[in-house]
Design a protein around this ligand. Structure first.
Ligand SMILES: [Zn+2]
Length: 286
């Protein structure tokens, strides 16, 4: 099977970096003719409405939400155990929100999304991402499902709550949780350049771009799904996007095209996986 690449962006700063990121990413994706999926926080939709609505008109883009205020679904306790500090500490704890808080975060953004874009939101990326995703939080999975979410990106850490997330962690439906139509789309590798900077052992090159070229080869050879991620950080203009995130994104996407990877948006990917599941059921494979 051909490898698949899902290019995803968390657009969350609710600042001028949102505008620059959306303009720069749109130009790059149009140049290359490849799709991407963008996850907005509610705060960003409110603070940068014009830029978000303009981006929503781009047919190469699919959209999801990233909570209202970037509250974590689970606590993250990073224990890198490599002797290097993590956010200034040996180990680092960031606490997750309460059940009620998360319900509010999800539902409020669903309403805002519908009001702003005129269509319901079906995808969500959890802030920070977690080891095992939300597999150990069926209560929160039910909140998402009830709100209409059908594809979620929540598995984005290794057993130390750090990264890289192994490429062998592949998309799965939460069928064991009684939610067979809710798809997990894990984020493998590093969730952005700054995570590579902190955690990578440089075995695959001295730059994030070199690492990504290796990763694409790994994914292509094994026919895996790779969810590549970035953020609207430090991208106040399209030009700044080109000089920062675009500087490694563009050659990575070009390389993916050269390798013959399939680029997909998350909604299309969801429908393909759903159809594959039904086909497997019919033929008794599952
Ligand atoms: Zn985020």
């Amino acid at each position: 099977m051909r490898g698949i690449i899902l290019v995803c962006y968390d657009v969350e700063t609710a600042s001028v970096s949102t505008d620059g990121f959306l303009a720069g990413a749109r130009r790059m994706h149009r140049d290359l003719g490849v799709p991407a999926t963008i996850f907005f926080t509610g705060k960003t939709i409110e603070a940068r409405t014009a830029a978000c609505v303009e981006a929503a008109g781009e047919t190469l883009f699919t959209f999801g939400q990233h909570t209202y205020n970037h509250v974590l679904f689970k606590s993250v306790y990073m224990q890198p155990a490599d002797g290097k500090p993590c956010h200034g500490k040996l180990n680092f704890l960031r606490e997750g929100g309460t059940f009620e808080q998360l319900q509010e975060e999800v539902n409020r953004t669903q309403e805002l999304y519908l009001k702003t874009f005129g269509r319901p939101c079906r995808g969500l990326t959890t802030p920070w991402g977690y080891y095992r995703g939300l597999a150990d939080r069926p209560d929160l999975l039910r909140v998402l499902h009830h709100a209409g979410i059908r594809w979620v990106r929540s598995y984005a850490r290794d057993h130390r709550d750090c990264q890289p997330t192994p490429y062998e962690v592949q998309p799965f439906f939460y069928a064991d949780h009684g939610l067979p139509d809710l798809l997990e789309i894990p984020v493998q590798g590093y969730q952005d350049d700054f995570y590579w900077e902190r955690f990578d052992d440089r075995q695959h090159g001295g730059s994030y771009n070199e690492y990504l070229l290796w990763a694409l080869g790994y994914v292509a050879e094994r026919g895996l799904v790779f969810c590549l991620n970035s953020h609207d950080h430090g991208t106040s203009t399209a030009g700044e996007f080109d000089r920062t995130k675009g500087a490694w994104l563009r050659p990575t996407l070009e390389h993916g095209l050269k390798l013959g990877l399939r680029f997909m948006g998350c909604e299309d990917f969801y429908h393909e996986r759903e159809a594959m599941g039904k086909e497997a059921e019919r033929s008794g494979v599952a």
